[in-house]
Design a protein around this ligand. Structure first.
Ligand SMILES: [Mn+2]
Length: 424
């Protein structure tokens, strides 16, 4: 066991008195501190299996040491995160990077760490050694029906794996598109993709959802066949009630108003959920909240208002997942930072006085509307997030605890310095 209960207790014991003082002060100056803490403690963010190792860039990859060598070790890493923050209670697997060898044993190990299986992710953006056909010119859009067949069968196989694990959703992200004008007939590519998606959709169990993720560019740089939320929405509306649009924060053109996209997809009942990350230029996959935490807050403001308007459960009715890559940080520390950034934005959004905001909007009082949002955003809600962790049995300061007890050093001792996790 990498982290013993007594270590957690001694950490919390040392920090308890100053924490209680901060929490007391904050809870006296805001409404509903108890309710916000309760909502925070219910909110779980899924960790993708590919974020536990150091990612690569187009130019190189530098191993961080002690990275998980197999699916079991990836589950152990997510279990460790969950033990520290009590908010990472799910893992999202990527097939074929993480095919369970023994599903029952994999499920048992996850349960032992208090983890559920979130969406399963298919991969038709790379060729695999056992593949007969190549995805070089696309998968579900491909001009050759036998390539489309291989990609469809792969997605159906991923659904099968997911059923065995107890997952309830399939995320489809396609790298399909074109790099040069004239390469692709847009309309025919759309039609072929739709027909392929229909076959995958037909294989979904009754209680499953399909998430269709869009991306503006990369790896194709002229057109993407699911390039934006409008295209994704066209497909999912044609597919049926189990299909939804997934928003990855890094998959937009610069300066896109993501909060408005989120608001409208939610209003249409077609928002699947999120892949959280942050970026300055493109799909940078940086730590959530590290570049533009105000945007993250504005997104959560739309989410809270929109979900409440539809009577939705914040914790369960959308998919919450991180999708990031870590090139210069310890992946586990990075994920702890990302989860906390999400919780902070959520807590700040819960502070917004929706009734007052609507009154300001209805009277065109622009200044008051801005003041309401920024008052919430400029509130330091970290004591609420720490209190939620404390009440759930987590650590008051997860990164500090992780470092104090040398968790990474222990992992390097067990797994070695030069391990490489499967993934990108
Ligand atoms: Mn994504």
């Amino acid at each position: 066991m990498l982290l013993e209960k007594y270590q957690l207790e001694s950490h919390n014991g040392q920090l308890l008195a100053p924490h209680k003082k901060q929490y007391q002060f904050l809870s006296e100056s805001i409404n509903d501190a108890d309710r916000i803490v309760h909502l925070l403690s219910e909110f779980q963010v899924a960790i993708p299996s590919w974020a536990l190792g150091t990612g690569g860039t187009r130019f190189g990859r530098f191993s961080g040491g002690g990275e998980p060598r197999n699916l079991e070790e990836k589950i152990e890493d997510v279990g460790l995160l969950h033990k520290l923050n009590q908010s990472s209670g799910a893992i999202s697997l990527h097939i074929p990077w993480d095919i369970p060898e023994n599903t029952a044993a994999t499920k048992a190990l996850a349960a032992q760490h208090g983890l559920k299986f979130d969406a399963v992710n298919s991969n038709t953006f790379q060729d695999q050694p056992d593949h007969e056909k190549s995805y070089k010119f696309g998968s579900l859009q491909h001009v050759d029906p036998s390539v489309r067949r291989q990609a469809i069968e792969h997605n159906i196989e991923v659904i099968r794996q997911g059923i065995a694990l107890g997952s309830k959703s399939l995320t489809v992200w396609l790298s399909d598109g074109s790099c040069f004008p004239g390469q692709l007939n847009f309309r025919r590519a759309f039609q072929r993709t739709l027909e392929s998606l229909k076959e995958i959709y037909a294989a979904l169990p009754e209680d499953w959802k399909m998430f269709l993720e869009y991306k503006a560019f990369e790896p194709n740089f002229y057109s993407m066949t699911v390039g934006d939320w409008g295209q994704s929405l066209l497909y999912v509306n044609k597919l049926g009630p189990k299909a939804y649009t997934l928003v990855d924060l890094g998959h937009h053109l610069p300066n896109a108003n993501i909060e408005q996209i989120v608001s409208l997809l939610l209003a249409e009942g077609k928002l699947a959920g999120f892949h959280f990350n942050d970026s300055k230029y493109g799909d940078d996959d940086l730590t959530v909240g590290s570049i533009d935490p105000y945007q993250l807050f504005l997104i959560f403001n739309e989410l809270v208002e929109g979900m409440d308007a539809r009577g939705m459960n914040h914790a369960n009715d959308l998919g919450w997942m991180i999708d990031a890559s870590h090139n210069v940080k310890d992946p586990l520390e990075d994920l702890l930072q990302s989860v906390e950034a999400i919780q902070i934005a959520y807590a700040q959004a819960l502070l917004v006085d929706t009734k007052k905001l609507m009154a300001a909007q209805d009277s065109n009082d622009v200044v008051t509307a801005q003041e309401i949002l920024q008052n919430a955003y400029r509130t330091d809600v970290r004591p609420l997030v720490a209190e939620a962790r404390l009440r759930s049995g987590g650590a008051l300061q997860p990164i500090e605890l992780y470092r104090t007890f040398g968790v990474r050093q222990s992992l390097i001792k067990i797994r070695g310095q030069k391990t490489v996790a499967t993934g990108l």
